[in-house]
Unconditional design. Structure first.
Length: 544
């Protein structure tokens, strides 16, 4: 279980803070760790003891029961912290709850002058992080703990960084200058100590791959759907705009990645922008946003020009960006460009969203008016979950009602059967298959994770079903994340309570928001229902 802890709720005794904590309020530090990991359990105790001795306020609560109040407390403590310290091991790196908590801290920092600041500590793990964790943490220097001999070094290094934070000033507004870069590059990281024996040892390949995040292009567990074929056809035609829409964890990013790879294989140039990787300075205003966008494209296409060197403050932001794309990108291309835009939902709440989407729509219009012009060589592939019309007032100035629109749905029975076969048919009988399908109802992530667990642990479907919705069960991490997400919006939580009692969603907005978040399914307000039986069981226990 991934836990956020606090000294206020723990029964353990703690050292008394030193005099350094008197006077101004001490800095508040939140520690994130995975409770079932012995190494993380050890390190979090070491850090907690050391930080309290140095006068910091450390949030750890190991004994809070799950529920809406728990979820609200987690949300509040992270967003009001000065620093958040995630401990990242091989196990917690794939934790949905850890990822969500880090995302919460990152989002809070966008609007609170960089607070809370993230200080990641790797716990015997130096592998690649999955997205979106990688986009947030890769640019940050991390501390590396490889054994108990590192306790003192890591504690002292963290304390030193936190003391420097106490005197840090709020971020200064970015001023456009030649040579300016807004897109961070990965920070130089400490090299792990490699034991001599480990250097020569070869690990056998695992028959099953980890479940979570975007799926590798080489994965044998990717199940194509009708939308995959439609995406390829759109890319063969080089449509101006391709829209990929679906709820959370339905496979949009994995599908987009395969579409982009298909475009590469056909000779197109490809760029991908994941808006989860953009930080506060990237999103502060439309000028910074466009400059960051241009830097991302220039880096991926290995252009020799730095966008800030050709930006002209006398021109408007739209003009600068459009001019850069037309002259510096499309003007030097000898092949079509397919530009993937992932997690576009993040832009919907930005004040300049209509301006950006209006520009994208204008490129589509110009291509129709001048088929031989520069915009004929550009395809935008846009992946998103939220209903665009809830945020964009003038849909005639939006790219979301033109081009090729693809909708991703949950797996049907045949697709679940296909995936079951790829896992070696751990669900063997027809009776067990129906029981399994009725529990998960084709939810792509849950289906993969369930089959992985059943195949790995060699448990029956009945045994798996009895444990699936438990707070500490195999999906505990996933379900807790959903609870914390709901706690952000009490009004929406009340709507969900009604749905769990068989009522319709009261407004179209509440229906679309719950559906895009992946909590419910259905084709209309009156048809709203929990996305699967697993969700219904868990949510009824904690919300009703």
């Amino acid at each position: 279980m991934l836990t956020i802890g606090t000294n206020s709720g723990s029964n353990a005794s703690h050292p008394t803070p030193t005099a350094a904590a008197s006077g101004p309020s001490p800095l508040k530090v939140v520690l994130l760790y995975r409770r079932s990991c012995e190494e993380e359990e050890h390190l979090v105790k070491v850090l907690e003891r050391h930080l309290i001795q140095c006068g910091f306020s450390v949030f750890i609560d190991r004994h809070i029961s799950l529920g809406v109040d728990w979820a609200k407390e987690i949300e509040t403590q992270i967003r009001t912290a000065d620093a958040v310290v995630p401990l990242i091991s091989a196990a917690s790196a794939t934790s949905e709850m850890l990822c969500f908590e880090v995302e919460n801290a990152h989002e809070a920092a966008q609007s609170h002058h960089g607070r809370p600041k993230l200080y990641p500590i790797r716990v015997g793990f130096t592998g690649e992080l999955p997205e979106p964790l990688a986009g947030i943490l890769d640019p940050i220097q991390y501390l590396l703990w490889e054994g108990r001999e590192d306790d003192e070094r890591v504690s002292e290094s963290l304390t030193h960084s936190l003391k420097a934070l106490s005197g840090a000033k709020p971020a200064v507004r970015v001023v456009l200058t030649k040579g300016l870069r807004l897109v961070p590059r990965p920070a130089a990281q400490p090299a792990p100590r490699v034991p001599v024996a480990a250097m020569s040892a070869s690990k056998p390949l695992l028959p099953l791959e980890p479940v979570g995040g975007a799926m590798s292009l080489l994965s044998e567990f990717y199940v194509p759907r009708a939308a995959d074929t439609e995406l390829r056809n759109a890319l063969i035609r080089y449509d101006s705009i391709v829209l990929i829409k679906g709820g959370r964890q339905i496979g949009k990013t994995s599908m987009l990645a395969r579409g982009l790879q298909f475009a590469r294989e056909r000779g197109a140039k490809v760029a991908l922008t994941d808006f989860q990787k953009f930080n506060a300075s990237n999103l502060e205003n439309v000028g910074n946003f466009y400059l960051s966008l241009a830097e991302s494209i220039a880096d991926q296409l290995e252009l020799k020009v730095l966008p800030s060197d050709v930006w002209d403050e006398k021109r408007g932001a739209n003009v600068n960006f459009e001019r850069f794309i037309r002259r510096e990108v499309l003007g030097h291309m000898t092949a079509p460009l397919v530009w993937g835009l992932d997690e576009v939902d993040r832009l919907f709440v930005c004040s300049y969203a209509s301006e950006v989407f209006g520009l994208f729509r204008s490129w589509h219009n110009e291509r129709a008016l001048d088929p031989s012009g520069p915009w004929a060589g550009l395809t935008l592939a846009i992946a998103y979950a939220t209903e665009a019309h809830l945020f964009i007032t003038d849909m005639n100035q939006s790219p979301f009602n033109v081009g090729t629109r693809l909708a991703l749905d949950d797996f049907n029975r045949d697709q679940v059967r296909d995936l079951n076969t790829r896992y070696g048919s751990p669900v063997s009988s027809e009776e067990d298959f129906e029981r399994f399908y009725n529990l998960i109802e084709g939810h792509p992530f849950l289906t993969r994770r369930s089959l992985h667990e059943i195949a790995t642990r060699k448990v029956s479907v009945a045994e798996f079903e009895s444990q699936a919705a438990l707070d500490e069960g195999v999906f505990g991490d996933h379900l807790r994340r959903m609870l914390v997400l709901l706690a952000k919006d009490p009004g929406l939580t009340d709507v969900l309570r009604g749905v769990l009692q068989g009522k319709a969603c009261p407004t179209p907005e509440s229906f679309y928001r719950l559906r895009s978040s992946g909590v419910i399914s259905g084709s209309s307000q009156a048809d709203a229902r929990p996305r699967c039986q697993l969700y219904a069981t868990f949510l009824k226990r904690h919300l009703l």
